[in-house]
Design a protein around this ligand. Structure first.
Ligand code: AMP
Length: 410
C-alpha cells in the first residue's frame, strides 16, 4: 500500500516523498482516513510507530483546504508533554507543510518567551505547545484559542503522569466546543479513559501495535544484581559488548548525573538528560548521541519521553520504573523500524515487586540471569557487602533470597 491511496493532496505526497517514506505505517493507514473525514480519533500508539505523521498529515490537509483568514488565527493545537517532543513534532509539521501555505510554530517553557510572543503576533495556523507555556502565554494575552478547529493531545498518558491534568482542563475550557479531537496515548489507564470520555465525541478507536511489539523484536532480559554493583556491571556490559549506542534509564536526576559521571571516568562517553538540564544541554546531549559522539545517554523517564532516536540497539533499565507502563515506554525505544533490539534490566532485590507488576502488564515472564562475578549477595538492607568483597562472594543459599530464586528457576 502506498500513501497515494490515503486521500492526501499532491503537496503532502511530495513532502512525504522528500522525507523518503514509501509505505504508510499501520497507525498512519488506520488514522489518516478517519481524521480526514473529520472524525474524533482515539489512537493507541507509542513513539516509533509513525504516529506524528499519522495526525500531522491529515491535519495539514484539512487546514490547507479550509478557509484562510488574513490574520491567521490558530486553527490547530497540538498539545504534548515535553519540550523535546514539541520540538520534534514541529520539525515534522514544518517538513510536511513545506509545499503548503501554512504557518506553524512551537512554544515550550525553559526558554525566553519573547520570541514566541512575537511569532504568535505574526499569525500561526498550527501551534505545537506544552501545556504550561501555552497557559502562560494565554494569560499574557499573547494568543487566543477561541478559533481552534482541531485539537491533538499527544502522549496523553504521559501528560497525566506529569501532572498536567489541571492544565489540560484549563486549556479545554478555552477552546470552542465544536472542534475535532484526536487523542494519542501509548497506554490506556482508567484516568486516560476518563479524559478521553470527557473530550472525544463518538471517537473511532484506532490501534497500532508498534512494529516492534515487545514479544517479537525486543529481546528482554533481567540481570539480577545488587544495587551497589549496578554501575560496575553496566560499565562491564557496555565495554565487553562494545555497545556503541545505549540509552540508560535511571529513576532520579541525581542518579542519572552520577552514573553518567562514572561512565565518563571509565572512559565511556556519556551524557545525562533530565529535567534540571537546560534546554541547550539536552539538545546538545541528544544531538551527540544521535551522531555517535556520545555512546551512552543516561535519562530519566520524563526527559526521554518522546525522543526520536532511530534504531536503538540497546536500552538498559539501570533502575526499574515504579510505574509498569513506563517500562513499556522505555523498551519501546529499541528495535525500531523493524530492527531487533535488546532491553536489559538490572534488577536488585528491592525491585522484585516492580518486576512482578511489569510482567503482569506484559502478560509474560521475563527471563533472568546472573552475570558471573555479580551474583546478588544481599538479602536484607543492612547486610550490604563492601564493594571489595563482592567479587569473591558466592551466591547466598537459596532460601535466603527467595524472590530471586523463584525467578531464576524459570
Ligand atoms: P514517530 O512515532 O512519529 O515518533 O515516528 C518515528 C520515526 O518514524 C520518525 O523518525 C519518523 O520520521 C519515521 N516515520 C514516520 N512515518 C514513516 C513512514 N511511513 N515510513 C518510514 N518512516 C517513517
Amino acid at each position: 500500500m502506498s500513501f497515494n491511496t490515503l486521500g492526501l493532496s499532491d503537496a503532502l505526497l511530495r513532502a512525504i516523498d522528500k522525507k523518503g517514506y514509501t509505505t504508510p505505517s499501520p497507525i498512519q493507514k488506520k488514522a489518516i482516513p478517519p481524521i480526514l473525514e473529520r472524525k474524533d480519533v482515539l489512537a493507541s500508539a507509542q513513539t516509533g510507530t509513525g504516529k506524528t505523521a499519522g495526525f500531522t498529515l491529515p491535519l495539514l490537509q484539512i487546514l490547507s483546504q479550509g478557509q484562510r483568514l488574513r490574520k491567521r488565527p490558530v486553527r490547530a493545537l497540538v498539545l504534548t508533554p515535553t519540550r523535546e517532543l514539541a520540538a520534534q513534532i514541529q520539525d515534522n509539521v514544518r517538513a510536511y507543510s513545506e509545499f503548503l501555505d501554512l504557518r506553524s510554530m512551537v512554544i515550550f517553557g525553559g526558554v525566553n518567551a519573547k520570541p514566541q510572543i512575537r511569532g504568535l503576533r505574526n499569525g500561526v495556523d498550527i501551534l505545537v505547545a506544552t501545556p504550561g507555556r501555552l497557559l502562560d502565554l494565554h494569560s499574557q494575552k499573547a494568543l487566543s484559542l477561541a478559533t481552534i478547529e482541531i485539537l491533538v493531545l499527544d502522549e496523553a498518558d504521559r501528560m497525566l503522569d506529569m501532572g498536567f491534568q489541571r492544565d489540560i482542563n484549563k486549556i479545554l475550557n478555552l477552546l470552542p466546543v465544536k472542534r475535532q479531537n484526536l487523542l494519542f496515548s501509548a497506554t490506556f489507564s482508567k484516568e486516560i479513559k476518563k479524559l478521553a470520555n470527557g473530550i472525544l465525541h463518538h471517537p473511532l478507536w484506532v490501534e497500532a501495535a508498534p512494529e516492534n511489539t515487545t514479544a517479537e523484536k525486543i529481546d528482554q532480559k533481567i540481570y539480577k544484581v545488587d544495587q551497589k554493583r549496578k554501575s560496575e556491571l553496566i560499565i562491564k556490559l557496555i565495554s565487553d559488548g562494545d555497545w556503541k549506542q545505549v540509552l540508560v534509564f535511571t529513576r532520579t536526576k541525581h542518579g542519572a548525573n552520577r552514573l553518567s559521571e562514572k561512565m565518563v571516568k571509565s572512559g565511556i562517553t556519556a551524557a545525562a538528560i533530565h529535567g534540571n538540564k537546560s534546554q541547550g544541554a539536552r539538545t546538545k546531549a541528544l544531538g551527540g548521541f544521535k551522531k555517535g559522539t556520545i555512546r551512552v545517554l543516561v535519562a530519566t523517564d520524563i526527559a526521554a519521553r518522546g525522543l526520536d532516536i532511530p534504531l536503538l540497539p540497546h536500552v538498559v533499565n539501570f533502575e526499574l520504573p515504579n510505574i509498569s507502563e513506563d517500562y513499556v515506554h522505555r523498551i519501546g525505544r529499541t528495535g525500531r523500524a523493524g530492527a531487533s533490539g535488546e532491553a536489559i534490566s538490572l534488577v536488585s532485590h528491592e525491585e522484585v515487586s516492580y518486576i512482578r507488576g511489569i510482567e503482569k502488564l506484559l502478560g509474560e515472564k521475563l527471563p533472568s540471569e546472573v552475570v558471573e562475578g555479580f551474583e546478588p549477595v544481599i538479602n536484607s538492607h543492612n547486610a550490604e557487602p563492601s564493594q571489595k568483597n563482592t567479587h569473591h562472594r558466592k551466591p547466598k543459599p537459596k532460601n535466603n533470597n527467595k524472590s530471586f530464586n523463584r525467578r531464576s528457576r524459570r
